[in-house]
Write a protein that binds this ligand. Sequence first.
Ligand SMILES: [Zn+2]
Length: 414
Amino acid sequence: MGFRDINSFNVALLAKQGWSLLRNPNSLLARTLKARYFKDSDFLKSNLGRLPSLTWRSVWESKGLLLKGLGWRIGDGQQVSIWEDNWVPEINVLNDQFRETNQNIVKVADLIDCNTRKWKSDLILHTFVEREAESIICIPLPMRHFADFVVWSGEPTGEYSVRSGHKALTHDGQTQVHDRFKQFYKRLWNLDLPLKIKITVWRIACNFLPNYSNLYYRRLRGSAICRMCQIEAETREHLFKVCPVAKEIWEKLEIVWPILEENMEFPEMLCRFFAENSLGICRKFVCALWGIWTARNKFMHEWDMRTAEALACYQALVLGVHLGIRDVDVEGDSRAVIQKLQGESMDRSEIAAYIADSKKLLSHFRSCVFIFQNREANDAAYNIASEGIIRGENAYLSHLVSEGGVDLMMAERR
Ligand SMILES: [Zn+2]
């Protein structure tokens, strides 16, 4: 249970005390509090007052929750305001556009014929919109006289429960988050920036980005670790906020992220930032997010190229062994990879495994030379290697090469 959850659970618990004040106005506690804090009104209309006791303050603070969920069961209709109280099932507050023209009807009692104890249906049909009128006429009226009483609308029994109070609170919390999100989008779209930047930041907020921690890519890549710092998983929060690369940017721009509350999700942090900063700062912030994302992609692209290259070299050697070739020339377009393969010392980079595997195969050949070639001279190999990486397969095509690959190889031979 997170902090916010505990807090709303606490309020829901206190509201039970507030509910018992309403249910048992003659209890000792109810009478004591009334004498001291709401002598001439009732609990629901009470103010906190001066120097409130701890008990009173905590019960009083739960009043907001009760007010949200309270409804009325109609007895004689004397206590219930037609326009202000929640008394018609499924309708929170009646449409009060007719209130002005109907100043003679104030209390629900005005809608009840006190002789027959039935609803004044003609009056009701003429006063309210159809749906409301129908709901009112369907409310059962007691034949014998009794006073209206409050009910808790969150439970079919009409009795307050901590469970339903908590539910009402958390549901409300969710709508608040939802509203803040709407605000965030509105401000984002209004920024004077190119659309592609705004769309990227919107995708960051919705987690539509192919960063490492998104499951699909995790499976594709085998690891969720941030490639730039190698410290921890590349979540959105890591990538954009705590990765040393990002941190440096925020420091230089003198941008401070909102303080992280427990359980706060990344989109909430963005919303917070937008709510707490001027449009000018938000603009700078959005540009920086976009910058981090594009720089990261460039980095990843280069990393992918290197990995593809190292894997391709290794697979070329495996193929050579299978075909029984004695003397091989391995051409590659990544200077870094070719240098690693040529070098004597042990490679410790991320592609160390491919380099070591490749070197182990060298004993199978009489001679093996690694040669750097620039990209243009090496398109076919590049294509095949990239395909292998994208598919996550170790298969190598020795005779069957995709049509594009054949065309390219032919072109290179010419
Ligand atoms: Zn990092």
